[in-house]
Design a protein around this ligand. Sequence first.
Ligand SMILES: *Cc1c(COP(=O)(O)O)cnc(C)c1O
Length: 398
Amino acid sequence: MEYTHEQLIEIDDKYGAHNYKPLDVVISKGKGVWVWDVAGNKYMDMLSSYSALNHGHCNPKIIEKIKEQLDKLTLTSRAFRNDKLPLFLKKVCEVTGMEMALPMNTGAEAVETAIKAARKWGYKVKGIPLNKAEIIVASNNFHGRTTTIISFSTEEQYKDGFGPLTPGFKIIPYQDADAIKKIVSKNTAAVMLEPIQGEGGIIVPPHGYLKKVKQICKENNVLFILDEIQTGLGRTGKLFAWEWDGAKPDVIILGKALGGGIYPVSVVASSREILGVFKPGDHGSTFGGNPIGAVAAIAALDYILEENLPERANKLGGHFIGKLRTLKSKVIKEIRGKGLLIGMELYEPARLYAEQIKEKGILCKETHDLVLRFAPPLIITKEELDWAFERVKTVFSE
Ligand SMILES: *Cc1c(COP(=O)(O)O)cnc(C)c1O
């Protein structure tokens, strides 16, 4: 039996926990930048699953590799080795310029992994007294939803009712390097930041900020960790957002688009000194490093490099931001972003506009109450962006 739009929403709401408030579009098919709902309506996806779909929906090159692997081997766990994981690790290290990598599945798991690595490094290498390690993070951050990660969120709702929280984190204002300098201590193991805050509303720090933070970290023997789960892999117009500031981190965290929009794959990449602190039994994941994920990630990375998606995001992002800035509307407060990670801050609830833009055939979503995020797949064409602009324009002139 075929279910209707209304029936599917009813079943969803009846049987699913209500931890999301999705737009009421029920998607059943996707290709490139386009998706179709169960009634056959076509929409452009301008959210890309929060940048997990940099490669577009159902990218045929990545699907082909995964299909091939599906018939061969799907899972070994790390109790045994498999023939794809080593190649994935090598590729990640080459692409990030790191020496070692540790594979996980979701972004939050990789962030947890980076936190564990930093703490252990703090005790074993830096010599911080046991259980005294501190990690400095920024206000307005988003690093995921585990109990430890929400412990250092400044978003009250993320924490409300989920305590007791994990100690050991110091929160300083984002974009303020001096605040880090003031608070850093001999017990500081790491500073962890997003190069651009994505969920926080597409907050682009001033040029030089990351470089300053990196310098402070270096001077104080503190690890500089960048969460590039959303900003990495071409989204901001460089392969990694840190490149804009020439501030290569000691530890980089990747996820989202690493799985080509098909399979959850995340990774922490760093130096031998840092990831070398993990000994057998210290940490793990049943699915982390599985051959399907490994093949997906290799194909995803190859595709980004072969198709030069960062350069494409840079050019097209500049083009689209330029167009958005020509919109004359009292509702628009600011348009900001880098590459194809674009935020439009409004004076009114962004949700209302996301709903109206949906009626024009474009799916985008509010982040925080007042910011609309435009982050289409990086394979989008200039013609498709211009098509989108004309529709967005009608909404802001109505
Ligand atoms: C999405 C995101 C995460 C969490 O990733 P999940 O796969 O949802 O766990 C962490 N950090 C940043 C910057 C993100 O954008």
